[in-house]
Design a protein around this ligand. Structure first.
Ligand SMILES: [Cu+2]
Length: 395
């Protein structure tokens, strides 16, 4: 009887062990990378951890400030990218400043350029509780920080705004509850994603209410160049990235803040804050290209007569659509969302919903001024205007 008991017990134990091994293997298999067609899926779980990091908030190659786009080397590679969350008081129109929540120190955040098939090893520390300066290029930091310190219409001042945040790369195909999870102030996240599809993608904070986090400035663009390139790569003379976004702001009621006063001056500058009611009503105060009402008016994109110009265009929203047009030009080629399968020709205007992107190309017909506009004229009046000028023309 005892023997029978022992045998049954052993068999039971063995069965339980076998089952748990099979289950573990099943889990392993679920987590292992796998391929469907040319695309990779199934990446390791995100890691949330504490790190003693106070270095440059943006690190990595091929990361630039709008409207610059970094060139890529041949072939696929793994990109080690760091983009920390920092809060900065920024100017988004003459005399309009607010305390923004940012990726990397500007609104929009940095331009990330990768190639289809590349792996991105991404690290992000939520430093919203620290005052992190981005006005000096930092040693070991990306090209973005150098460009930011050279010409920065936003004139950022480091501020502390502790808040939970997250990162959602539309260019990644992952379990959102894992990779895009919330990161508390002082904590870091690390995860991988693979650029399976070419395109012009938004990245943004996905922490609810997303309307609030995006309206505060947490978004940017990832350009994933097709593996085989665009058919016109050889003919393109100039390329720029342009990001359209809305700001919902109202004048701040309390004016006790010392940052209201210009350094050494008497004149108070106007500090604004998020107008969430206006955001809910879809009534933007400012609609801007590249983060400032005058970004492209004061610093026009420089081209030459006969150039084939490529714009990597993203409409962030967070809520409005963009009817993108260049006055005096026709988009000779359009790749909607930046995918070469989605080709249009001879477009006067390209409609971009919130979070849609496109590659837009046109020929500069003659010397002169060309204005990129959101042809929804109320949005153009609110700032969605940008100059493209031939080099021999002054503004
Ligand atoms: Cu956020």
């Amino acid at each position: 009887m005892n023997f029978l008991k022992y045998t049954l017990l052993s068999a039971g134990l063995f069965l339980a062990m076998s089952l748990s091994t099979a289950f573990a293997q099943g889990n392993e298999q679920q987590k292992a990378e796998y391929k469907i067609g040319d695309n990779w899926y199934g990446l390791p779980d995100a890691k949330i951890f504490q790190e003693d990091y106070d270095g440059p908030p943006v690190v990595g190659n091929h990361i630039t400030k709008l409207p610059n786009v970094a060139p890529l080397e041949e072939g696929n590679q793994t990109h080690d990218i760091r983009m920390d969350i920092v809060a900065q008081e920024v100017e988004v129109a003459p005399d309009i400043r607010y305390k923004a929540w940012t990726f990397g120190g500007s609104v929009p955040g940095p331009v990330i350029h990768v190639r289809q098939g590349d792996k991105i090893n991404f690290t992000m520390k939520n430093r919203s509780h620290e005052k992190v300066s981005v006005s000096q290029p930092a040693k070991g930091g990306s090209m973005f920080l150098e460009q930011l310190s050279n010409n920065n219409m936003q004139k950022p001042k480091a501020v502390a705004q502790p808040m939970m945040h997250s990162m959602d790369f539309h260019a990644g195909t992952v379990a959102a509850n894992d990779k895009w999870q919330n990161v508390p102030p002082g904590m870091s996240i690390q995860f991988e994603w693979i650029a399976n599809y070419p395109g012009v993608y938004i990245y943004h904070c996905g922490t609810p209410p997303v309307l609030q986090h995006m309206s505060m400035g947490q978004y940017g663009v990832v350009i994933v160049s097709p593996k085989e390139g665009y058919p016109t790569d050889e003919q393109v003379d100039k390329e720029f990235a342009v990001v359209q976004s809305e700001f919902y702001l109202k004048q701040k009621q309390t004016e006790e803040d010392s940052s209201l006063y210009e350094e050494g001056g008497e004149k108070p500058t106007s500090l604004y804050e998020l107008d969430y009611d206006a955001a809910m009503k879809k009534q933007p105060t400012i609609v801007a290209f590249n983060g400032h009402q005058n970004a492209m008016m004061d610093n026009p994109l420089k081209v030459k007569k006969g150039d084939r110009v490529r714009l990597y265009m993203l409409n962030v929203g967070p809520t409005d659509v963009a009817s993108t047009h260049v006055i005096g030009a026709i988009f000779d080629r359009v790749w909607y969302e930046g995918n070469i399968q989605n080709e249009w020709r001879g477009m006067q205007t390209v409609l971009l919903g919130a979070s849609n992107g496109a590659v837009l190309e046109f020929i500069v017909p003659e010397n002169g001024h060309y204005v990129l506009v959101d042809h929804e004229m109320a949005d153009a009046e609110k700032g969605a205007k940008g100059l493209i000028v031939t080099e021999n023309e002054s503004k």
